[in-house]
Design a protein around this ligand. Structure first.
Ligand code: UDP
Ligand code: MG
Length: 140
């Protein structure tokens, strides 16, 4: 299992003032933060990042949401990072998320769901490289 995953504190969470609380949850869950930055995604970035969902009915709304305001992108490290982070954030739809997960506590709905998490080691590598250069990642 890989040791890295990619996270986003999404525009809804930043707008709602949850950036610090979610950052703290990340640390409390035992992740090392290898890099983090605030940015406002361009249309091109959001479309590229979610390219796998291009044919889904929610794609255009998702791109509009992800470009609606600043977000924080993060490269995270922990053993079994992808599964550990998915466990920490909870189900895509906050109505289905377990107690004490980030989405249960901070998400508004299935679209504005506070955070992103990679779904595989392969995608984690790709997503980290999409937003960070190697030089921006701490090597410990
Ligand atoms: N999404 C949405 N409507 C849906 C499903 C997903 O707006 O019915 C959005 C939501 O923001 C989600 C993102 O699209 O986080 C990517 O969907 P995915 O199924 O990959 O969920 P995730 O991996 O983020 O849990
Ligand atoms: Mg996904």
């Amino acid at each position: 299992m890989g040791t890295k995953t990619f996270a986003i504190i999404k525009p809804d969470a930043v707008k709602n003032g949850y950036t610090g609380k979610i950052y703290d949850r990340i640390l409390q869950a035992g992740f090392n933060i290898l890099s983090a930055k605030l940015l406002k995604m361009t249309n091109e970035q959001a479309e590229g990042f979610y390219n796998v969902h291009r044919e889904r009915p929610f794609f255009n709304d998702l791109v509009e949401f992800m470009t609606s305001g600043p977000c924080m992108v993060l490269a995270l490290e922990k053993s079994n990072a992808v599964a550990a982070w998915r466990e920490t954030i909870g189900a895509t739809n906050p109505d289905e998320a377990k107690e004490n997960t980030i989405r249960k506590d901070f998400a508004s709905n299935v679209q504005e769901n506070a955070v992103h998490g990679s779904d595989s080691d392969e995608n984690a590598e790709k997503e980290i490289a999409f937003f960070f250069t190697d030089a921006e990642l701490l090597t410990n």
